[in-house]
Design a protein around this ligand. Structure first.
Ligand SMILES: [Zn+2]
Length: 328
């Protein structure tokens, strides 16, 4: 029996988006999802960090809204089903219909308008990644942007607006994703949030030093608050570059990071994502059609169906349910 597989972070091409119902050059489209047994895909309304003025924030907000509407429309026509709750994802899986979900990457898209958070949830988004690369009005990024004149730290973690945004996300039931956020910002967010946080695409600094990775203290914090760390298929997060300067990582390298996180904080706090079409791709899991290779590697290392189910979706769904239960 195949597990319910949720890939929690997949980018889309924008604005020239190919028709995802047929085979495309993208890592993820509907035919590849079906072949690889990927049951559910969280597609991202991604907004790159830009200038923090009125025009920049307005353009970012408009882009996020259009992308969320587009992702929702992907599920029109019956070939896939747009899902906004864990129950809907499970029902879609039971019916054998691929599930489409959406999320917003980069709180820059809200500018200073806390009202966008409820609006995104209304459009179906399930999480917000607080920052991308570059500090925004909410928090410091793990990767400050020199070309945007970022200091090493601007807010010392979260800004007062960032704290208000987290309270609003808790209120409306939008999951908090701390990928891309500085260590201080992530630790503060985990403590502040009334419900567990997720880190939807990351890896382990203990195995590969990279500013986007979580160190063991951060992993411990995830366990402490009952959250989940989704280990992702970005080669440069998983392995140091070779002598030729090129990083080549494999399914086995990815699962090494999964196992480090499991040893450190327990299987209940670890998951898997691809970051496909946003830089994710490893040898053996280069696109959605190869998703079963991850399951096969976990099986080879002795994990059973229950454990693999938790890693692929059970832990993420648990956190999401806690977020929804805590809302209001
Ligand atoms: Zn990202």
């Amino acid at each position: 029996m195949n597990p319910l597989v949720i890939d929690t972070h997949i980018d889309i091409r924008w604005p020239e988006t190919p028709d995802w119902l047929s085979e495309t050059a993208q890592c993820v489209d509907l035919p590849k999802m079906r072949r690889g047994g990927m049951s559910a895909a969280v597609f991202i309304a991604y907004v790159g960090q830009g200038v923090r003025d009125h025009a920049g924030h307005a353009a970012a907000s408009a882009r996020a809204d259009s992308m969320l509407r587009h992702i929702r429309a992907r599920a029109d026509g019956g070939a896939a089903r747009f899902c906004e709750t864990p129950d809907q994802v499970e029902a879609s899986f039971a019916a054998g219909i691929p599930a489409v979900l959406s999320a917003v990457e980069n709180g820059y898209a809200m500018g200073h308008d806390l009202g966008r958070i409820a609006a995104w949830r209304k459009l179906g988004a399930i999480y917000l990644t607080l920052t991308h690369d570059g500090h925004n009005a909410l928090a410091d990024s793990a990767r400050p942007r020199k070309n945007l004149h970022d200091a090493e730290s601007e807010h010392g973690g979260l800004s007062p607006l960032g704290r208000a945004a987290i309270a609003e996300m808790n209120r409306v039931g939008l999951m908090l994703d701390c990928s891309h956020v500085s260590k201080a910002g992530m630790m503060q967010a985990a403590e502040l949030s009334r419900v567990p946080i997720a880190v939807t695409h990351t890896a382990c600094a203990a195995l590969c030093t990279h500013p986007r990775n979580l160190d063991d203290e951060q992993l411990d914090m995830i366990r402490q608050v009952g959250g989940v760390a989704q280990i992702t298929a970005v080669a440069s997060f998983l392995k140091a570059p070779g002598a030729n300067g090129v990083t080549q990582a494999s399914v086995s390298d990815l699962v090494d990071h999964v196992e480090h996180a499991i040893r450190r904080i327990g299987l209940d706090h670890v998951g898997i994502s691809s970051d496909f079409d946003g830089g994710g791709s490893v040898i053996g899991w280069a696109n959605a059609a190869e998703t079963q290779n991850i399951t096969a590697e976990l099986t080879r290392r002795g994990y059973g169906a229950r454990e693999i189910g938790l890693l692929w979706s059970g832990n993420f769904l648990r956190v999401w349910r806690q977020v929804l239960r805590g809302a209001g």
